[in-house]
Design a protein around this ligand. Structure first.
Ligand code: FES
Length: 247
């Protein structure tokens, strides 16, 4: 039965079509029908729609393996990665696709996450800060790091910047300047990293207000819809505890 459902079933895709570059274009939902194949993902289906129905359909992808974060979109009401979402997940065979909210629309299902992620990186200065690093000496021994700390940093580095956390965030939807979970995750990562000499006071200057950690309403959409299952709730609580004690 399962095999039958995945192989040969008719699927209906309801997709928002809108190209803001075309003067006078209006947003509309367009339905496309496809035959489901075994192991089909939403990403594969979108490629087929583009090949068989409409080559002008816009959506993003790079890796097709849940690594680049490009293919995030709203799939049946939930932000997720198209390349990691099997069509067999939807027993009714009806799939509605919308672009991620909270980002500038490029066209159809394609949004400009890069612009937002770059702004996040610039705002938090997302690189190791160490004024005493001095001249680079290639003959110097590498400074070792505690393996548990390295593991903890690596866990937070798994973020693929897909934007699902921002699209699912009630605060971000109300307040454009809200940093959001992707930024908090990075701040926590640098605060944890002993090579970064920024203090909690320095980080307070970046996230110690309503556009930062105190604006979070704890709705936890970020945690619920992160396709990489990152511990957003834990990190937000960690940062809040750190920031309330800054004098
Ligand atoms: S195409 Fe890279 S995450 Fe989906």
């Amino acid at each position: 039965m399962r095999q039958e459902q995945q192989n040969g079933r008719k699927l209906k895709f309801h997709i928002l079509r809108f190209n803001p570059q075309i003067e006078g274009d209006k947003p509309k939902m367009v339905t496309y029908e496809l035959t489901e194949a075994l192991g089909m993902t939403v990403f594969i289906a979108l490629n087929q729609i583009r090949e068989q129905h409409d080559p002008s359909l816009q959506f993003d992808f790079v890796c097709r393996a849940g690594i680049c974060g490009s293919c995030a979109m709203v799939i049946n009401g939930k932000p997720d990665l198209a390349c990691r979402t099997l069509t067999s997940k939807f027993p009714k065979g009806e799939i509605t696709l919308l672009p991620l909210p909270a980002f500038e629309l490029i066209g159809d299902l394609s949004v400009n996450t890069g612009k937002v992620m770059r702004a996040v990186s610039e705002r938090i200065e997302g690189w190791i800060h160490d004024k005493n690093m001095g001249e680079i000496d290639l003959t110097k021994m590498e400074v070792t790091m505690d393996p548990d700390l390295a593991d903890n940093i690596y866990e937070l580095e798994r973020c693929v910047e897909c934007g699902c956390c921002l699209a699912a965030c009630g605060t971000k939807r109300m307040r454009d300047d809200f940093l959001g979970a992707v930024g908090f995750m990075k701040v926590a990562r640098f605060l944890m990293d002993t090579r970064d000499k920024r203090t909690e006071e320095d980080m307070y200057e970046i996230i110690g207000d309503d556009d930062g950690i105190f604006g979070c309403m704890s709705l936890m959409g970020c945690e619920d819809f992160c396709p990489k299952d990152l511990p957003h709730q834990h990190q937000i609580a960690y940062l809040r505890r750190k920031m309330v004690t800054v004098k």
